[in-house]
Each structure stands twice: as C-alpha cells, then as structure tokens.
Design a protein around this ligand. Structure first.
Ligand code: KG4
Ligand code: ZN
Length: 346
C-alpha cells in the first residue's frame, strides 16, 4: 500500500511516499527556518502562508522522487493534530482536495504518534535487520512536547508522564537565543556543549510532587536565564560552552531520572524497549546519556536517524499505515478538521 503523506503542523512543509508503513520511497521537506529565524521563533501567520506557497511543489516532488504518479497512490495521509491551527489547515485542505478528487482514503494522523512511527520506517526489517514493533515505551521530545508514552500497540497509547510547563526543545531554544544563537538554537547548543565543562554551573532539577514521571523544564530554563542576566549586569563574560554543557547535562539528568524509575518498574515497562522520537532526540549528549542508562539496565534503545528526528512526512505515512490497518476511524470523512491540541491517546 503506497501512502502519500503531508505534514504542515509547524515550520516544515513535508511530503513523502511510504510503502506499507516501512519502506521510504520519497521524503521531501521544505524548511521555513530561514524566514522565522529573522523573528527569533515561529510566526504562525507567516508559517501558514509559507506552507500555502510550498505545498504543491513539495507534493509533486515527493511523487516524482518516488517515481510514481498520483494513480499509484492508495491513500492520502495528513497531520491534523496537534499543531499551529493555520499551518495544519493548509495540509489538511490540500490532502482533502487530493483524496476527494481521486476517491482515496484520507487518513488523519496525530503528530506525536507520527514522531514515534518514524522509527518503524528506520527499524523496518527490510533495509535494517531490526524491526521495531510495539509494545515499547517512547520518550518524545520536540519543540512543543516532552512526554513519556506507553505504546501498547500501533494505535494504543497511554501517557506515563509529560512536561508540566516548557518542552525540552523550547527550553533549549530559549537559552540558545539569549546567548546569541540563531533560531532554532537546539542543534547549535548541542555543538557548543561539546566544548564546555558540564560541571561548571549548577542548575537545579525539578520534580513534580505526586507525579514522578512528569517533567518540568521551566525551572532549569529560568535558572539559566538568571545566570545570563546576572553576569550581564556585572559585566562579566559568560563561557557559552560551559553554559551549554551544564544546561544540557541538567536536561540529561532530568530525563534519566524518569527513565531510571521506568526501567525499575516491571509493571510499567515489561517490554524493556525504549524508543526516542522528536527533534530533540537528535541531541548527541542526550543520546549518549540515554544509551548508557539503557545499557546499565539491559534495555534495548532505538534512536531515529537524524533525518527522521525533526518534522517530516515519512513518519506520518508510517503511522497512517497502521491507523488504516487498525480501522481507527472513517477514512472517507472529507469534512476532516484540524485541532491545535490533542492528547496522544485520542
Ligand atoms: O520535532 P521537531 O522538529 O518539531 C516539533 O514538533 O516541535 O522539534 C524541533 C525542536 C526545536 O526546539 C529544536 O531546537 C530541537 O528540536 N532540536 C534540538 C536538536 N536538534 C533539534 N534540540 C537539542 N539538540 C539538538 N541536536
Ligand atoms: Zn514535530
């Protein structure tokens, strides 16, 4: 089954064709980063307009590079939740038009479910011997989400813990911006941290009372902001490398303390398989520290390749295949709408 998928939930217009949820035939991404960098963050109105301009070309390219025509497509998939509403609507309306014109199934996909499914396209049992299948636990870290999710089956998800305030990506981007790194600063912080001393600055780790698996990154973020401002006021030079390394280390510590608790719970984590997903899962320091923890506890770790960490449409096509196979909803609902917020279990 060839699924053509479209993703436009934030600042990337993406289209891809994936066969049977596992075999990538094309993967096209048009990034708007250069436009939003001028403003230091995503401007929703500009994002919607940029999607509108890019979508036709990017879908054509996805078909062309898959060496297929629209006649070879069996279903159209689209991210319809959660995300920037205007941005989502561009993809949803394009997908609706395409599906309706060819009388094809229209498969709506949850963005976070998609991030997790990126791993099915990589650990696919075809080009990669390893074939990832549920159940497993997923740590999803993106610009807007940080969640620990129990993936019971391809379409059955239960949230174990989530951030109460900022997402890890948001915290990385905010601190990066304050030390003069261009948006989105996450990847630049990653490189800077390579050259710093992670013990140079102490940042406190926050725990959420009575919700041990929940995260809270706003405290670490505020501590970093205060550190920068205090030094600025004193006219003292900041070692950006040390700041990046110490900040990253405190994020790693917060992540690992939740994971360790999970690994120790036979009841919550019988699969002993951990999957990482989302833009922040590209972070080399987080990968290293999570790998070490997994090794210590005999947990099998799955990291998506860098090209599938950030937003893409391969992940949407992969998840769509399983939504369709599990008949999760009416796939001929051409009145499909978009939703800015939505729990991963829905
Ligand atoms: O998943 P994603 O591409 O988009 C959303 O769904 O939000 O995640 C984007 C986030 C941004 O905050 C970006 O700075 C962060 O992922 N990011 C990183 C790295 N690469 C991307 N954060 C830390 N280290 C990285 N190497
Ligand atoms: Zn994303």
């Amino acid at each position: 089954m060839n699924i053509l998928a479209i993703e436009s939930s934030c600042d990337e217009t993406a289209a891809a064709v994936v066969k049977d949820g596992r075999e990538i035939l094309s993967n096209e991404v048009a990034s708007q980063i250069d436009i939003h960098a001028l403003y230091g963050g995503v401007v929703p109105e500009i994002a919607s307009r940029a999607h509108t301009e890019a979508i036709n070309g990017i879908v054509s390219r996805a078909l062309e590079n898959a060496k297929l025509s629209v006649k070879d497509i069996d279903a159209v998939a689209v991210t319809n939740r959660p995300g920037l509403i205007g941005a989502l609507l561009v993809g949803v309306n394009f997908a609706k038009g395409l599906a309706y014109s060819r009388n094809l199934p229209l498969i709506p996909v949850h963005h976070i479910r998609g991030h997790i499914a990126a791993n099915y396209a990589f650990y696919n049992g075809i080009t990669n011997e390893e074939k990832l299948e549920p159940p497993f636990a997923a740590l999803v870290m993106s610009g807007g989400h940080t969640s620990l999710i129990d993936v019971k089956d391809y379409t059955k998800f239960e949230c174990i813990g989530a951030t109460r305030d900022d997402a890890a990506g948001e915290a990385f981007d905010k601190v990066a911006r304050l030390i003069g790194l261009e948006y989105p600063g996450g990847a630049k912080m990653d490189r800077l941290a390579d050259f710093g001393n992670e013990k140079a600055i102490f940042f406190p780790e926050a725990h959420v009372k009575d919700s041990p698996f929940d995260f809270s990154f706003s405290g670490i973020k505020t501590a970093a902001i205060n550190y920068i401002h205090t030094n600025e006021q004193k006219g003292a030079e900041i070692c950006k490398e040390d700041l990046a390394a110490s900040f990253t280390a405190s994020i790693c510590k917060a992540i690992n303390s939740r994971l360790e608790m999970l690994f120790l719970s036979e009841e919550l984590f019988p699969s002993k398989k951990l999957v990482l997903a989302g833009g922040v899962s590209a972070n080399s320091h987080i990968r290293k520290s999570v790998s070490a923890l997994c090794e210590k506890y005999g947990v099998k770790a799955y990291f998506p390749p860098l090209y599938l960490c950030g937003d893409n449409a391969v992940m949407i096509a992969s998840q769509a295949y399983y939504e369709y196979a599990n008949n999760t909803e009416d796939f001929y609902n051409y009145a499909l709408n978009a939703h800015a917020t939505c729990d991963v279990s829905k």
